[in-house]
Ligand binder design. Structure first.
Ligand code: PRP
Ligand code: URA
Length: 218
């Protein structure tokens, strides 16, 4: 059965509707998808999402000499792009985006979700020093309760970040609401908006534990 794409796009919240993304998300959800393919899919979806998430990057005019003559061209201008994966699972989204924007810097935020309280516990933070000058793409495949994303955005802002976008693969409505309430200036771009969370804070239908499936732990 084919489904009509939901119209879920506002300036602050986008569900990427590209057919390649939708196709690959279905493969990602499949419990029989092996670790190697799962990792490749996360990488590919992140790249396709970054293509959309960077569609409004500023350009400036430059002149360029072709082998035949001088002409006008464009190059990226303005804020320098920085990718910030939330460890661990966000790491799986970095390389795909770096293939599109090889000059991007990469910061890291270490957080894990306490299994009982579901609240994030932080253990690492490192981003480039010139944060106010930079444009940040915060990366995590899963937006569940939103606790990790809110904590990561708060930490980025404390370090001076002013322009942050959050890219995730699968989002739960509760997580989207929590991020928007805490950080109404941070757009969320996701590949799928799922139904709900279960009693353990897992996204339904979801794809399971993204970190475990990426790294083969459990
Ligand atoms: C997962 C996921 C997010 C977080 C989402 O990480 O990668 O960081 O949970 O849940 P939340 O929205 O309820 O905070 P996890 O804590 O399992 O750590 P890991 O990446 O090290 O496995
Ligand atoms: N973290 C995951 O990896 N999966 C979920 O469904 C929720 C949080």
């Amino acid at each position: 059965m084919t489904t009509t794409p939901p119209a879920r796009s506002t300036p602050l919240f986008t569900v990427v509707q590209h057919p390649l993304v939708r196709h690959k998300v279905t493969l990602l959800r499949d419990k029989n998808t092996p670790k190697k393919i799962f990792k490749e899919l996360v990488d590919e979806i992140a790249m396709l999402m970054a293509y959309e998430a960077t569609a409004d990057l500023a350009l400036e005019q430059v002149s360029v000499e072709t082998p035949l003559e001088t002409t006008q061209g464009e190059r990226l201008a303005g804020k320098k792009l920085t990718l910030v994966p939330i460890l661990r699972a966000g790491l799986g989204m970095v390389d795909g985006i770096l293939r599109l924007v090889p000059s991007a810097r990469v910061g890291h935020i270490g957080l894990y979700r306490d299994h009982d309280t579901l609240e994030p516990v932080d253990y690492y933070f490192k981003i480039p020093a010139d944060a106010p000058e930079r444009e940040f793409l915060l990366l995590d495949p899963m937006l569940a309760t939103g606790g990790s994303a809110v904590a990561a955005i708060t930490a980025l802002k404390r370090a001076g970040a002013q322009r942050i976008r959050f890219l995730c693969l699968v989002a739960a409505p509760a997580g989207v609401t929590r991020v928007h309430e805490a950080h109404p200036d941070v757009p969320i771009i996701c590949a799928a908006l799922d139904r709900e969370l279960n009693a353990h804070g897992y996204i339904l239908p979801g794809l399971g534990d993204a970190g475990d499936r990426l790294f083969g732990t459990r």
